[in-house]
Design a protein around this ligand. Structure first.
Ligand SMILES: [Ca+2]
Ligand SMILES: [Ca+2]
Length: 254
């Protein structure tokens, strides 16, 4: 296999845009005490996040999972002190406007229940916006289920990220019809693209696009057996790599 070589158009062109989540300011609930009322674990699709911190609000938005519009997924929330009765609510900002107060954004709730953990189901609406959005998990030790911005007297609030995808048809993303392979996938640092059929092209453009359709990187790559693209500077998420008129999905992990 030939030596792999690629050329960036310009380092200045390697614009890395922050997540759209960073542009929104969500309310941040504060809890007076989590001494006996902490969320100790959240499990939702690929999120499996134990936590022991004492803060009333915990930002776990670096933890993410992918979900598909129209699909239903179980969620399980574990409580650090199962002898206490707690109330729970989960919110997702489906229209990505920086709040959890729009219709349908309270996706699940359960009032006054004991035990080590509670479970429910969350359905992703078909009209949700695609891309990264925030999910909030709230718990408080009163009979009323928490609101998205309410400050639990005793309780805890944790935020996560869900990446909402369309239920893609076969034409939406090209598969490896030309035996193009991206590996490893998920990728941490260097993404390899193999199986490129260049035709007469010596160089080709490689573009990385995020879930919101924004171009994150553009480079000229020399067409050889395998092309390497450094994606170590991308935020963890799902991206599309466009090359020679086709699009391939990859997942960046930290
Ligand atoms: Ca916690
Ligand atoms: Ca909203």
């Amino acid at each position: 296999m030939k030596k792999i070589k690629y050329y960036w158009l310009s380092s200045l062109c390697l614009l890395i845009f922050g997540s759209s989540l960073a542009q929104k300011t969500y309310c941040t609930p504060t809890s007076i005490s989590t001494e006996w009322d902490r969320i100790s674990k959240v499990e939702f699709v690929n999120i499996d996040n134990p936590s022991t911190g004492p803060d009333g609000y915990e930002d776990f938005t670096s933890e993410f999972t992918t979900v598909t519009k129209g699909a239903t997924y179980p969620i399980t929330i574990t409580h650090a002190f199962p002898n206490l009765l707690e109330s729970y609510a989960v919110f997702i900002d489906f229209n990505q406007d920086g709040d959890f107060s729009d219709q349908g954004e309270e996706v699940w709730s359960r009032g006054t229940i004991g035990g080590a953990s509670v479970s429910g189901n969350i359905t992703i609406p078909t009209n949700a916006l695609s891309g990264a959005t925030r999910m909030r998990v709230s718990m408080q030790e009163i009979s009323v289920t928490p609101g998205p911005c309410s400050d639990p007297l005793y309780g805890q609030v944790e935020d996560y990220t869900v990446i909402i995808e369309d239920n893609l048809g076969t034409d939406d993303v090209k598969t490896n019809s030309t035996k193009v392979t991206l590996y490893p996938n998920p990728v941490k640092d260097i993404l390899h693209i193999s199986g490129i059929n260049p035709g007469n092209a010596e160089y080709t453009q490689v573009t990385i696009i995020d879930r919101n359709g924004r171009t994150i990187k553009t480079t000229q790559a020399k067409v050889e057996d395998t092309i390497e693209v450094n994606v170590s500077d991308l935020a963890p998420s799902i991206y599309y790599l466009n090359i020679l008129g086709e699009s391939y999905k990859f997942i960046k992990v930290k």
